[in-house]
Design a protein around this ligand. Structure first.
Ligand code: NAI
Length: 446
């Protein structure tokens, strides 16, 4: 039997990045994927949501264009057509991934893989009734939507998770979203912009609880004024069809979307009974190695930060280590940017003011409305936005940047670069930003 250098279970951003990198270095790689290549991100996550959100934004902009001196009559949308376009975008990107893995050292198997046994010399994997052996195993099995044990939620036909919502070709008239996290607020944006009556129910005192709360307050104010019903500190007690009881009150909608977090997928790994887990996710070191000598894990299954770009970077670091590439690289977890595709969008990197306080790090907080950027003023009528920079009070290095305002997702990378490299405020002041761009806010705020 051919013994591969590396077997990878899961073909999402972690799996396909590792497969491409290791096979291009001339190592024999075998990758198993039970659904489509590209994983959650490409098929039922980042890309389909952004495709639909872009359609919704076009409609929203057309119906709110009067503030720019433009009036459009009889503006309409066709949700089925938006869905069709989304499917085409996804299909093209999945084909692109297939192309990237098309080399003589990479074998892709379509099917559900399970670990059969492991020794320190090899790992044996079964898939479609065949057995395969590899010197090393990389687990990139991702995560799935968590369904909380709320009475009436299971097998309720009006309850959707994000995958159901992305597949639906018709819009409901009203929607209750349980969980005001990233998925909840992105879907709230999509449905609200397309005229669905949206209620968000969040158990904690704030939506998007891990983000900078001044930034979140800007979104909350806009969304509440726009008519999205956002309930915080509200716990769902039970469901009866579309009737949701929370804090003793009953709310009703045609559909209920549940977005209360995701959990690591560990199916098929039962043979690795001494694999170390923490809160249901695989424990890894700085190079994505597990406690077992020849077993690695990357992406959502590690429960670190559930973002596609983290998964891909983990895969790069892991392959670098496996191939003994010098210098060994690490992941700068302190400088991972993240974006929430609300409208306006939120983009952040590094620690928040609230986190600095809880870690007792003395910081200076710089705050500026986005309207200090000329380009922002020109293109964001009626919006103020906000940019916050968290600076180490002792050495003046930039520890975090948090923005709300379009299109902050497109320039947060500059802030990531500063945080990653420990830039100080005087160093950042020497960076020239093109004028007029919204990115100039990163200079104005210093
Ligand atoms: P999340 O962890 O971001 O948010 C879940 C929310 O649900 C939290 O605010 C939590 O307090 C609330 N919650 C939990 N139980 C509840 C209950 N019983 N009733 C009411 N509220 C409850 O998880 P989410 O939104 O499901 O996203 C999953 C993962 O996917 C996250 O790690 C997220 O970062 C990632 N993701 C990233 C995106 C992006 O980068 N743009 C887009 C979508 C998802």
């Amino acid at each position: 039997m051919n013994r591969y250098f590396l077997a990878i279970i899961g073909g999402g951003p972690a799996g396909y990045t590792a497969a491409e990198k290791a096979s291009k270095a001339g190592k024999e790689v075998i990758l198993f994927e039970q659904n489509a290549l590209g994983g959650t991100c490409l098929n039922v996550g980042c890309i389909p949501t952004k495709s639909l959100l872009y359609g919704a934004k076009q409609y929203y902009n057309a119906t709110h264009a009067a503030k720019y001196g433009v009036t459009a009559e009889n503006v309409a949308f066709d949700y089925a057509a938006m869905q069709k376009r989304k499917t085409i975008v996804v299909r093209k990107l999945v084909a692109g991934i297939k192309q990237r893995l098309n080399n003589e050292y990479c074998t892709v198997i379509s099917g559900t893989a399970a670990v059969a046994c492991r020794t320190d010399e090899f790992v044996s994997i079964t898939c479609n009734g065949e057995t395969y052996e590899a010197e090393n195993l990389l687990i990139c099995t991702g995560s799935t939507n968590f369904v909380p044990p709320i009475p009436g939620i299971k097998d309720n036909p009006v309850v959707w998770d994000s995958t159901d919502a992305l597949a639906a070709t018709e819009l409901p008239k009203s929607m209750i979203i349980i969980g005001g996290g990233v998925i909840g607020m992105e879907f709230a944006t999509l449905y609200h912009e397309l005229g669905v009556h949206v209620t968000v129910i969040e158990a904690l005192p704030n939506i998007l609880p891990n983000l900078d709360q001044d930034v979140v307050a800007v979104l909350l104010d806009k969304y509440r004024k726009a008519g999205i019903n956002i309930l915080t500190s509200t716990k769902v007690e039970s469901l009866d069809g579309g009737k949701v009881t929370a804090n003793g009150e009953v709310y009703e909608a045609e559909k209920v979307l549940v977005s209360v977090g995701r959990r690591a997928n560990l199916q098929g790994l039962e043979a690795l009974n001494d694999l170390e887990l923490n809160r249901g996710a695989i424990v890894i070191d700085d190079f994505c190695k597990t406690n077992l000598p020849n077993v690695y894990a990357c992406g959502d299954v590690t429960g670190k930060i559930m973002l596609a770009h983290v998964a891909a970077r983990q895969a790069e670091v892991m392959v670098g280590r496996l191939l003994k590439q010098i210098p060994l690289q690490r992941i700068a977890y302190n400088a991972i940017p993240s974006v929430v595709y609300t409208n306006p969008e939120i983009a952040t990197v590094g620690i928040t003011e609230q986190q600095a306080e809880s870690m007792s790090i003395p910081v200076e907080v710089h705050k500026l409305p986005m309207t200090f950027s000329g380009r922002f003023m020109a293109e964001n009528e009626g919006e103020t936005g906000l940019c916050k920079m968290i600076v180490d009070a002792k050495n003046h290095s930039i520890l975090g940047v948090h923005c709300i305002g379009n299109p902050c997702s497109e320039f947060i990378s500059a802030a990531s670069f500063a945080v990653r490299n420990g830039y100080t405020v005087p160093e950042m002041q020497q960076v020239v930003f093109p004028h007029p761009t919204v990115s100039e806010i990163l200079h104005e705020i210093l």
